[in-house]
Design a protein around this ligand. Structure first.
Ligand code: HEM
Length: 358
């Protein structure tokens, strides 16, 4: 498609699919022309309606600034010890059994525990998170219906009230305290933040860790290099982000008529940046279908680009780096169980597998 139809229009849903790196980057970079206030009109993904993901400037900047402090590389680096102890505990649970499911035993629980701790969610409630997070990402309620998640909203509203009465040293209490233009956030705005962090941080990071193991299993040479030189792990994580991008696409709405890649786009039409395709664009990455843990430069779009660039990127990178480092330290010769077929996740937005026994 990048060569034959780099911009592809489907009249049925008035949507342009953008496949090349150059145009995908332009779409993500130009929030004045390509709006993120996109889901309200379509009535989808309701729990995320009030989140910064769906805001344009100037509102976006005001709200994003409330949480940036919690996610700067410096703030996140302080979580390293805690993340190390969570990963150590998760690996202790499977050590000695000879086998583990990378997803169930490590890649799924790790980001849930980290984000739940950041938000201040009680430990006993964390099991609820998976169902909610999956349901929001997949836009379904488990019975195939596209609908909001009242149980999740009610739950967060209840925790918000508890923190309101009794603030703790957690992100939820900090958000309750924060002000935009002299006003505290409304309950719906707070809810938007909680749900965004829950959804944006979980399945994405799970997929990144799972995809990393998948790539390394396919490329035993790369795995060997990481065993020998763990300092190559951060570069390898970047290459996994490019080669098997956990988030495959993200959409915008054109606010005015414009020309993109020689195509005339009309105001009101939807424009989808295909991140996964852009990250394999031969015009940007030499030999793009080669998984190369030493690739440099590696300016992939896996965390987006421009004002909506992923807030959780430092956290996702750190969690994945620690998970891989401790896995390789603890287990020699990690190999996928080939008899178990790989099953892709439910969502077309995401790239990852449901299980990865090794
Ligand atoms: C935004 C990917 C992990 C929080 C984004 C965007 C992408 C992305 C592509 C931009 C969407 C757009 O422009 O429409 C990923 C990937 C992750 C990951 C691949 C893991 C490998 C996380 C984590 C968190 C997080 C761990 C937080 C705990 C956010 C937030 C936004 C965002 C809050 C919205 C930023 C804004 O609108 O200004 N992410 N993400 N993400 N991500 Fe992530």
């Amino acid at each position: 498609m990048r060569e034959s139809r780099p911009l592809f229009y489907r009249p049925e849903d008035e949507t342009w699919q953008v496949f090349r790196y150059a145009e995908a980057e332009q779409v993500l970079n130009n929030s004045a022309l390509f709006s993120s206030v996109r889901n309200r009109e379509r009535g989808q993904e309701r729990p995320l309606q009030n989140s910064i993901l769906n805001m344009d400037p100037p509102q976006h900047r005001q709200f994003r600034s409330l949480v940036t402090q919690a996610f700067t590389p410096r703030a996140v680096a302080q979580l390293a010890n805690r993340i190390t102890s969570i990963v150590t505990h998760l690996l202790d649970e499977v050590t000695g059994s000879g086998t583990m499911d990378i997803i169930d035993h490590l890649a799924y629980p790790l980001p849930v525990i980290v984000i739940a701790e950041l938000l201040g969610i009680p430990r006993e409630d964390r099991a609820l998170f998976k169902t909610w997070s999956d349901a929001v990402v997949n836009g379904v309620d488990g019975r195939g219906q596209n609908r909001p998640q009242p149980a999740m909203s009610d739950y967060f509203l209840q925790v918000i009230e508890e923190r309101h009465k009794e603030p703790q040293d957690d992100l939820m209490s900090a958000l309750l305290n924060a002000q935009v233009d002299g006003h505290h956030l409304s309950r719906q705005e707070l809810l938007g933040f909680c749900i965004l962090l829950l959804v944006a941080g979980n399945e994405t990071t799970t997929n990144l860790i799972g995809n990393a193991l998948l790539c390394l299993d396919e490329q035993p040479d790369s795995m060997e290099q990481l065993y020998a030189a763990p300092d190559l792990i951060p570069g390898a994580v970047e290459e996994v982000l490019r080669y098997r991008s956990p988030v495959q696409l993200t959409g915008r709405i054109a606010l005015a008529d414009t020309v993109l890649g020689n195509q005339h786009i009309q105001a009101g039409q939807r424009v989808v940046a295909n991140i996964g395709s852009a990250n394999r664009d031969e015009a940007q990455f030499p030999d793009p279908d080669r998984f190369d843990i030493r690739r440099s430069p590696n300016h992939h779009l896996a965390f987006g680009h421009g004002i909506h660039f992923c807030l959780g990127a430092p956290l996702a990178r750190l969690e994945t780096k620690i998970a891989l480092t401790l896995l390789l330290e603890r287990f020699q010769d990690i190999r996928r169980v080939p008899q178990v077929p790989l099953e892709p996740g439910e969502s077309i937005l995401m790239h990852g597998v449901k299980h990865l026994p090794v």
